[in-house]
Design a protein around this ligand. Sequence first.
Ligand SMILES: NC(=O)c1ccc[n+]([C@@H]2O[C@H](COP(=O)([O-])OP(=O)(O)OC[C@H]3O[C@@H](n4cnc5c(N)ncnc54)[C@H](OP(=O)(O)O)[C@@H]3O)[C@@H](O)[C@H]2O)c1
Length: 320
Amino acid sequence: MNTRMLRDIQVSEVGMGCMAFSHGYGQIPPENYSIEAIRNAYGHGCTFFDTAEVYSPDLSGIGHNERIVGKALKDVRENTVIATKLMLHGFGFGNVYRTVRSHLEGSLERLQTDYVDIYYLHRMSGIPVEKVAEAMGKLMDQGLIRGWGLSQVDTDIIERAHAVTPLTAVQNIYSMVERDCEAEIIPCCMENNIGFVPFSPIASGLLSGKITPQTQFEKRDDVRNWVPQLSRSNIAGNQPIVEMLKAFAERKGATPAQISLAWMLHKYPNVVPIPGSKNKERIIENLNASEVTLTEEEFRALEDSLNSLKVYGHRGLGGF
Ligand SMILES: NC(=O)c1ccc[n+]([C@@H]2O[C@H](COP(=O)([O-])OP(=O)(O)OC[C@H]3O[C@@H](n4cnc5c(N)ncnc54)[C@H](OP(=O)(O)O)[C@@H]3O)[C@@H](O)[C@H]2O)c1
């Protein structure tokens, strides 16, 4: 698979979001299946794996997903880039380094490794970002992390953090139907040589073309029940985008999910999407987006169509 740089860290051009093996999209698969799915992805050329300490069934407990990723990749650890995230809740500012380090130690143990490649702050929570950046800088000096990142942040936070300890990557929501980051955030990352890692790049499945207004989501631990973009009326409203994408994909001999990923890869050199799936075949399908190249003309046609079609609803910031 092609590779890209997230600042100074080389990764496969499409990564793998591992969250759904633990949380967010209904019933989780048996652990052996998830481990095999991750190993298959690695065997297919994927070297970039995304997890977080909070990814556990119903978001209760800590580390379910990190444990799976750790088990799956322990034998090939040095060939992979593992990104995980910590969540900080209110505490005294004086202890930021100690607290961040203690979260990291938990992740290292669960991931069965002695370093994390990219360590993200999952959400801002009132702690000055400079304090977090300073702590991350120390952890980098100690060799416990290779780089660091922020998730779901704006340019003010990015610039303040980057001035203290250069950021490796920003992980924000971004897809064909969630394009706010194009205005300032992605350009800011490009100017500062910061990688941009889109989460929910297939719009939680909407851009695969497989979701219709009749689709029943699972009852338990499935974020699609409350993602505003996936309400019945918004799914219906967004059908023209889905239909445009399906027709384009058919002409190109690719799938809609692949086109939605190939589009962002074409658009920006610093973007590395991390599509999520708990299905082995769809994981490989998504990784194969790296083989789908768009001509400039095809890309322009997609852009023109997207610019002319109204997007109904946002994904919303619930879900991690
Ligand atoms: N930083 C953050 O706050 C944050 C928030 C959310 C997610 N994330 C990360 O980003 C990753 C991806 O985000 P996401 O999982 O929310 O959204 P996503 O990748 O846009 O979509 C995942 C959904 O799309 C379906 N899907 C994926 N590929 C498909 C295909 N080729 N054909 C048909 N359906 C397909 C999956 O169903 P199946 O499982 O049935 O294939 C799943 O329901 C997560 O795994 C996680 O690591 C980070």
